[in-house]
Design a protein around this ligand. Sequence first.
Ligand code: ADP
Length: 153
Amino acid sequence: MKIAVFPGSFDPITIGHVDLVKRALPLFDRIIVAVGINSTKKYLFPLEQRLEWLRQVFATYPTVGVDYFENLTAHYCQRIGARYLLRGLRNASDFDYEKTISQLNQIVGGGIETVFLIAQPEFSHISSTIVREIIVGGADATPFIPPEIHIKL
Ligand code: ADP
């Protein structure tokens, strides 16, 4: 069984994340969208809220599960029997960052392979960071977030 973990903060989930998961469906038997909890990071939305949105968005995808984990992504993968990580690449700075993490995960995770999908041009400008700025700035973020979720602050 080919299980992939799609780790991220999903603070909040964007249509870029959803597109990535959709495109990865044919590659894996199961994809676990997993919120990584990093105690040093500050989040805009609480974990429960982010998980609830993920569950809503992927409710109709039979091979997609939603979960969360603390500490190392590689150890979480080993715990659930996932041999693949899924990540998206939007630009060169994503590449530089992801390259290091992927090499580390392969060592720490005992051979875990990271599968990268290049963002589609229509989504490559979308990031949770930008969406948070739009929300905090009081503008309308609906063009960037899945239609299932309604953001109230
Ligand atoms: P992190 O906090 O780990 O950066 P994010 O929730 O911001 O987590 O992103 C998780 C993953 O989704 C990353 O691999 C990122 O490259 C990918 N991603 C984010 N936005 C997009 C997008 N618009 N298109 C494709 N991939 C994306």
